[in-house]
Ligand binder design. Structure first.
Ligand SMILES: [Zn+2]
Length: 151
């Protein structure tokens, strides 16, 4: 295998971004840091970049780049060539404040319905028109602090 250099990494990222990753929702990017290389997925919408590896050597960075390209190829082969929605993890990280499809905060919240330790709330996106339910799970309880009235 040819030695991986910053130049070959850059060429490979460009090649992937213009080729196999062109019709996906993300591109791949690497940065040189003080400690090595960082490889990240750069989404084409407002979703925050996802760091795959940080502070690694050029050949490790190259492996991460190839891994991501393979993953994208697999997604494409499976027919989901445009992953339209964010993952559950991303949705939670965004505290449910963004549309899971287009990531805008311009969403409207509707009715709550509760049952079985869960609350679901209807939302819809003002930008792309998506409707979804956000699901909240029971987490804990807090005893009410008794109020003592002095007489
Ligand atoms: Zn939307």
């Amino acid at each position: 295998m040819a030695k991986v250099t910053e130049k070959s990494l850059k060429a490979r990222c460009t090649e992937l971004n213009m080729g196999p990753l062109k019709n996906t929702t993300f591109g791949i990017r690497f940065n040189r840091t003080g400690k090595g290389y960082t490889v990240e997925l750069q989404y084409r919408d407002a979703t925050a970049a996802q760091i795959l590896v940080a502070d690694v050597t050029a050949s490790e960075a190259s492996a991460a780049v190839e891994g991501a390209a393979l993953g994208a190829a697999a997604v494409k082969a499976a027919g989901g060539d445009k992953p339209e929605f964010v993952t559950r993890e991303t949705f939670i990280r965004q505290a449910g404040e963004r549309c899971p499809k287009c990531a805008t905060r311009d969403i409207s919240s509707g009715q709550l319905s509760a049952g079985n330790g869960m609350i679901t709330r209807q939302h819809s996106c003002q930008r792309c028109g998506l409707s979804w339910n956000s699901i909240y799970r029971l987490d804990d309880y807090e005893a009410a602090v008794p109020v003592t009235v002095e007489t």
